[in-house]
Design a protein around this ligand. Structure first.
Ligand code: ADP
Ligand SMILES: Nc1ccn([C@@H]2O[C@H](COP(=O)(O)O)[C@@H](O)[C@H]2O)c(=O)n1
Length: 214
């Protein structure tokens, strides 16, 4: 994106449980002391899953959460553009248990560096255009599945049966249809997940360099 503003927006995309959150959170936590809260922030694409409060739980359970239509990408891109214009936004808050947004929002203030992480960030042309640097976490799908099972049973209150059903019906097919092809748009492809120390250091060095810009 051609952007004379002081903001740099970095996308971190890739399969579910490929390590996007860990990678983004590690960079954020390690740079926060030097860049400060007005220097760096994180936005999660998951916060922009569509509100489903009008649907009953049975209907919500049937949603394909790995299809681009499940996200309000137009709200995400418009909020990124608002932040680039140096105006704060109200980011939705999403609940994986109820499959919908809560009534709360979180204020996100403009920062010099914005990290955005999510599965389908590079699949949407308008959204893609918002990013100055596009990173793709290229973790093998079997490793992602093992990590997703561990994470979703512990943190998202899912049963093994629901995880494996969802994986076979939507997660895996949508990965092949939308996520894997979006790797072609990436500037950097990261192997070995959210603990790839060299990749973390390379992105941190680039962010430090960009943060010195007026
Ligand atoms: N390189 C890695 N080694 C071990 N565990 C990892 C690694 N990368 C990520 N994880 C773990 O795998 C799980 C999924 O990672 P997460 O960052 O939540 O993925 P994503 O945001 O892509 O869905 C988390 O529990 C995380 O701590
Ligand atoms: N109600 C929901 C919403 C999303 N998911 C799954 O989350 C995955 C994306 O988040 P990651 O942190 O894993 O990247 C996506 O694969 C959806 O299947 C869900 O299970 N329930």
């Amino acid at each position: 994106m051609t952007q004379p503003s002081k903001t740099t927006v970095i996308a971190i995309a890739g399969a579910s449980a490929s390590g996007k959150s860990l990678f983004a959170e590690t960079i954020f936590q390690e740079l926060l002391p030097e860049l400060g809260a007005d220097g760096i922030s994180i936005i999660k694409e998951d916060a922009y899953y569509r509100d489903q409060s009008n649907l009953c739980m049975d209907e919500r359970n049937k949603t394909n959460y790995d299809h681009p239509k499940a996200f309000e990408h137009e709200l995400l891109s418009s909020q990124i553009k608002t932040l680039i214009e140096q105006t704060e936004v109200q980011c939705p808050v999403y609940c994986y248990k109820t499959h919908t947004r809560t009534k709360d929002t979180i204020t996100i203030k403009p920062t010099k560096i914005i990290l955005v992480e999510g599965i389908l960030l590079l699949s949407n042309p308008e959204l893609r255009d918002c990013f100055d640097i596009k990173v793709y976490m290229d973790t093998p799908l079997d490793i992602c599945l093992i990590r997703r099972i561990k994470r979703d049973t512990k943190e998202r209150e899912r049963s093994l049966e629901s995880i494996t059903n969802q994986y076979l019906t939507t997660v895996r097919p949508m990965y092949h249809q939308f996520i894997e092809p979006s790797k072609a748009w990436a500037d950097l492809v990261i192997t070995r997940g959210g603990k790839n120390r060299m990749a973390i250091e390379v992105i941190k060095a680039k962010i430090r360099q960009l943060s010195l810009r007026k």
